[in-house]
Write a protein that binds this ligand. Sequence first.
Ligand code: G3I
Length: 480
Amino acid sequence: MKSKNSLFGFLISAALLNAGLTSAFAADETIRSLAEERGRFIGTILNSEWFNDNIEPEFEQIHKTQFNVVVAENEMKFDATEPKENEFNYTKGDKMIAYAQANNIRVRGHALAWHSQVPGWVNDYKGQKEKLLKVLKNHIDSVVGHWKGKVAEWDVVNEAVNDEYNAGWRSQGSVWYEGIGAEFLDSAFVWTHAIDPDAELCYNDYSLEWGMRENSKASFVVEQVKRWKKNGIPITCVGTQTHIEIAHETTPQNVRDFAKALAELDITLNITELDIGFPKGSAGSLGAADYAKQGHLYRQFMDVFLEEPNMGEFVIWGLTDAHSWLDEQQGKTEGLLYDKQYKPKPAFDSIMVSLKSHPASEVKTPYTFKKDTIPSDTTVQDTTVKDTTVRDTTAKDTSNAIMKFTGLQKLSMHLAGRTLFITGTSAKPSTVELFDMQGRPVFSTKCEKGSIDLKHTAEGLYVVRIRTGSTSYMQRIAIK
Ligand code: G3I
């Protein structure tokens, strides 16, 4: 008998773990709508397979539902847009712009001046400063001009800092730096601004998440931003690509410190290419604890993102593990929010819990949504997240005082000591679910009599969800 029960328990746990929090959340809320409520952008790339109409139908469905900022994986780069000198190809980029406009999605333009993915004809002008200046200006004038008003933000310069321990400009392997010198960066910003003065203009790079130590890439970039600001160079944002591995546990805090340093310079920091990969050799042997750890890191990045007022975009470099540069080029794997079957992973749940735990009224944003970029019928109409009183009270309460949470459609919950009172439900019993802050289910029960006893629940922060019929209401509680 005992073994039967154990087996049953195991099967239930396994089912819960497999189901995760996602399936429960997904029916009525999206990370996009939660981000929008907070004035923030969450996004991912359109993979080259999408541009080539060679991708599963789930891709686009999920993409437009869950994300509100988009980047082309390769199709707006120099070699794609100007494959031959002064002959421009905007077909694929136009396809993305049309898709973004149809779905009220913000567009990041990636990238104007980068040493990689430049066509051979540019390299043929190696060392010819005047010619290269003309080539770069003509490229910027044409590409930025073509998409003027449609691209909200450009990566004006990408990856111009070297990989040395003592950071400096990438002086080798860059046709721009070797031919022009560091002034190519300044010029690129000035030219882009002249064509589209309303676009946000970013410097974008990798390894910026390694911290602000002396001579690090991040410190070097901060120094350059200071110089640019002092000299009137029109930079408005920095992008930290943030391609990391599961072991890189210190990086969220580093990004927070970096954001604070840039805030002092009135510069926005965006996460532009996040992925958190496992070593490729671990494919097939990853378990729940691994995915939970990955979720925890994603969660930490989202927490930082929401808590730093000068961060505006949180962009992941891929949607599904089925299509990712990590497997193709990096010796890493499974770094994204959706698995190869398009099933959301615990990382997705973690991001959702982070969003839910940061009330909209407390999240500041450097960007304002243009009226027409917020869909009028966002899936989530849960105004409870805007209730500041609730969260403030919860966070600060140290007594057994009754805490009242007012929800939508008269649903409400009161935590008095260790008893959770549910009121406002209809005749039907409500389902009450408790999740930890990582988004993992703690327990689920029916509330028949209007209250739930939490005396066996460990102290800590949790998210409670009540569901009655089609109405659901979620809130964070602190059990003390
Ligand atoms: O277009 C050719 C195609 O004709 C050919 O058949 C195919 C065969 O391999 O290659 C195709 O080009 C590839 C291209 O992606 C489009 O799929 C290139 O070989 C390949 O190198 C290229 O990789 C891209 C990489 O940038 C190049 O640097 C990745 O897809 C893209 O995810 C990656 O993105 C970069 C960001 O732009 C900057 N930050 C780092 C990030 C990851 O490397």
